[in-house]
Design a protein around this ligand. Structure first.
Ligand code: GLN
Length: 536
């Protein structure tokens, strides 16, 4: 039987230290050494999945190929490792309890008292090990959300303790902490790290490796001190200093020997260094752009960077392909209207209208699209962005004055975007949209066909509404053409305006599929169009 090793990544002191990036970087390093790796996130909240969470609460909801609505860290995992994740890669406390309670109701526990230990911890263990049923992974990296000491993460840490006890050196625990710099003292401080390791130890878990997030380099003195107080060897104290870009972290952690330390703990050989030459090439191009293009990102969550994480990263990937820097101008859709659009969107080389739910900011999105369409500025509309492009075209080109989506105006005389037939009978909110990858057939002579270089593509969806085919002939006659169709359901997936230099609206989310190794063709094409617009 194949031996799978389990690496747990816990966090201490504060949240937002970058456990996801450390986990993704470690996956990259082990992958570069030839190992098969996957990453999983365990989230301590009670929501069954993050699909029902407001982006203000938890950033973007990331959608996998199999249609799971997941934590945005899974996006980092895919972007770094270039491997698909699935529902099994993201588990929340809500989901764990849901299955335990379902089993209890079915009578599976044969009358015993159902408790956190062993029933909840067994379910967590089952979910961790489940991934090895899909593939012969050499390593499963499990990131535990939250911070040690939180009441909510106790069952997860307890599960780590049990797995450690049961599996010995097939398990490695990495603890990520903060080593703050106190300007007044002019020093880095190790006490918070000591305390957070102590909490882990009180819960029965001794970390093997301590990754220290820091603004300034750690000297030997400090490393030795952390090693001594926390029961680890000095080589297992790994510095994770702030970097300009998340994509530099794997190289930095390679220099620090994180992968070597992990292999050592597992009793595996660890000669040489992982080969990251294509990653280095990517970084070189990213850090040495030939020039900058500016693209407007129009959405209602623009104050919060995490809300459009995958879109932003897709621009980093696509910009690097052309060796240009894509500067994003965040434009709040609620502030925009026809009068101020020329001012707020001035000098942009491209305009992207973002996905979203609900009516807030819709009219601003429509104003941005009208401006992009009339001024010949390259335009990419994603999901709601595509739907708004359809509404704009209906109102301003087809003369359907009150055209709308029934999401915003159920009584509109021109429901050009309407709820999908399958969605009409659905009442629950979580996991009930059109989700995950669906095929899309591209028309010849379209922008889509030329950038994808393939007749059929697979893209990920997350929506309830769609283009209303009743209006298709009107649109096509007036110059907005459906260039991508779902072959089975006949749903419109892509709209283009061939008389415009570059106007593409897509019902799916290309941003979920862009990775460092495979930047997304739509973003590559869009950035190229923006460069052409700029260089006129
Ligand atoms: N609110 C729209 C729908 O449900 C668009 C969703 C999205 O942009 N992801 O169809």
């Amino acid at each position: 039987m194949h031996t799978t090793r389990y690496i747990f990544v816990t966090g201490g002191v504060t949240s937002s230290l970058g456990k996801g990036i450390v986990s993704a970087s470690l996956a990259k390093l082990l992958q570069a050494r030839g190992f098969k790796v996957t990453i999983q996130k365990l989230d301590p909240y009670i929501n069954v999945d993050p699909g029902t969470l407001n982006p203000y609460e938890h950033g973007e909801c990331y959608v996998t190929e199999d249609g799971a609505e997941t934590d945005l860290d899974l996006g980092h995992y895919e972007r770094f490792s270039n491997e698909h994740t699935s529902q099994a890669n993201n588990v929340t406390t809500g989901r764990i309890y849901q299955s335990v309670i379902e089993k209890e109701r079915r009578g599976d526990y044969l009358g015993s008292t159902v408790q956190v230990i062993p029933h909840i911890t067994d379910e967590i263990k089952y979910r961790i090990k489940l991934l090895s049923k899909y593939k012969d992974y050499d390593f499963i990296i499990t990131e535990i959300g939250g911070t040690v000491g939180d009441i909510e993460s106790l069952p997860y840490i307890e599960t780590v303790r049990q797995m450690r006890w049961e599996m010995g050196n097939l398990c490695v625990v990495i603890h990520l902490t903060l080593v703050p710099y106190l300007a007044a003292a002019g020093e880095l401080k190790t006490k918070p790290t000591q305390h957070s390791v102590k909490i882990l130890q009180e819960q029965g878990v001794q970390p093997d490796i301590i990754v220290c997030r820091t603004e300034k380099p750690l000297n030997d003195n400090l490393r030795n001190k952390i090693a001594l107080f926390c029961n680890v060897s000095p080589t297992a104290v790994i510095e994770s200093i702030d970097m300009d870009s998340i994509y530099e972290v794997p190289l930095k952690l390679r220099d620090e020997g994180l992968d070597r330390e992990v292999l050592k703990k597992c009793g595996l050989t660890y000669e040489g260094r992982p080969d990251l030459s294509s990653w280095e090439e990517f970084l070189y191009k990213m850090k040495n752009p030939r020039y900058t293009v500016e693209i407007g990102l129009v959405g209602k969550y623009v104050e919060l960077k995490d809300s459009y994480k995958s879109i932003m990263e897709s621009f980093v990937h696509a910009g690097t392909v052309h060796q240009v820097k894509v500067k994003l101008r965040m434009v709040h859709s609620e502030m925009l209207n026809d009068e101020n659009a020329p001012e707020l969107l001035k000098d942009l080389h491209g305009i992207l209208v973002a996905p979203g739910f609900g009516s807030r900011g819709i009219e601003g999105k429509i104003a941005a699209i009208k401006y992009a369409r009339m001024q010949g500025i390259p335009f990419l509309g994603i999901c709601l962005g595509m739907q708004c492009a359809v509404i704009e075209f209906a109102r301003n080109v087809l003369g359907m004055r009150n055209a709308n989506s029934t999401e915003f105006d159920p009584r509109t005389p021109h429901p050009v975007i309407d709820i999908m037939e399958q969605q009409k009978k659905i009442s629950g909110m979580g996991g009930t949209m059109r989700l995950g990858a669906y095929p899309c057939q591209l028309s010849d002579n379209s922008i889509a066909r030329s950038i994808y270089q393939a007749p059929v593509i697979l893209e990920r969806h997350r929506h309830r509404y769609e283009f209303n085919n009743k209006y298709l002939d009107d649109f096509q006659e007036a110059g907005m053409i459906a260039t991508g169709i779902n072959p089975k359901e006949n749903l419109v997936e892509i709209m283009e305006i061939p008389s415009h230099p570059w106007f593409v609206g897509v019902q799916f989310h290309p941003e979920y599929k862009s990775t460092v190794a495979n930047p997304h063709p739509l973003f590559i094409g869009f950035v190229e169009a923006a460069c052409q617009h700029m260089n006129g």
